[in-house]
Design a binder for this molecule. Sequence first.
Ligand SMILES: Cc1cc2nc3c(=O)[nH]c(=O)nc-3n(C[C@H](O)[C@H](O)[C@H](O)COP(=O)(O)OP(=O)(O)OC[C@H]3O[C@@H](n4cnc5c(N)ncnc54)[C@H](O)[C@@H]3O)c2cc1C
Length: 302
Amino acid sequence: MSTEKINTPMEAPQVIIIGSGPTGISAAVQLIRSGISVMVIAKKMKETYLNANLIENLITFPDGITGPDFHKVLRQCVAKYNIPILNEEVILIQQDDAGFYIRTNHLTFQAPYVIVATGTKPKSLNIPGEDLAVSESRLLYNIPAIKPEGKDIVILGSGDATYDYALNLHQTGNKIKIIQRTLRSKSLSLLQTRVSRLSNIEVLRNYEVTHITLQDQKLSIDCQVEQSQNPISISCDLIFVAIGREPNTSFLEESLLNALNSNESIKNLYYGGDVVNKEYRQIALAMGDGVRIAMEIAEKIS
Ligand SMILES: Cc1cc2nc3c(=O)[nH]c(=O)nc-3n(C[C@H](O)[C@H](O)[C@H](O)COP(=O)(O)OP(=O)(O)OC[C@H]3O[C@@H](n4cnc5c(N)ncnc54)[C@H](O)[C@@H]3O)c2cc1C
């Protein structure tokens, strides 16, 4: 273990929670109510729900709530419970006999209990031209805080997030093409029906995107279309990629990552929410995970 100085903000917390989404905040509230000290470390404004057009399956919001409005509610909980949040990226978690060491770019912390609630990150396409389009801010994976207006937008993918992005971006007068590799969409039929009713959203099926070109500020997407010999090109102003998500675990030291991947539990290290919920990525499940983990820790500490 490095001899680097360990930071102990205020008093050293009993539990460090990584992530300030519904999992992390639910755990923090429950722990604080049990009289247990916590500290949350989280990258700023990276919660997955910020992309959500309308969250309709939380029974506490019968009229639905947008992702950004849901964020405001969570921040009210943070303020009410005085939850300490450090906005930094965790780059390493290590374990030794003394407990867990959590390293950010600037600081190192130690805690006997750690909750990993880091959610997921979008998958990339891994095709030529993607990196250049990203570097020029012409290809995005998340909905930006200020939405584009009046643009020709292509959204790649076929799941709930793809259709949710289309409904979201349509609201600011954009013309949208959804390009999906398969004939069938994986999205909820409710979202597909809403999309089908909007004249400025078109769905192109059985299109395999092979290449992205950015030349003279013009963005062009090459696609191989089933049953056609020749590739076709689609031009647009912006591309959004919503082809799936993968767990945010790159900061785990190798032994911890191996344990996670082989379902081996590590004493006093907990995972909850999207980071471990595979295809069941939902806010209600994330909040439930947070509360359950907090209750387990409270029982151990007491
Ligand atoms: C378009 C879209 C629509 C959706 N609609 C719905 C819906 O209608 N209903 C529903 O229930 N769910 C919906 N979801 C899913 C929902 O957003 C997630 O289930 C939920 O956000 C998961 O919560 P979480 O706390 O596990 O992770 P997140 O909310 O993703 O939070 C992860 C936290 O970890 C932090 N983090 C990650 N890596 C690090 C690191 N290395 N260091 C420090 N901090 C880190 C992030 O900054 C963030 O604070 C939608 C998702 C998308 C993409």
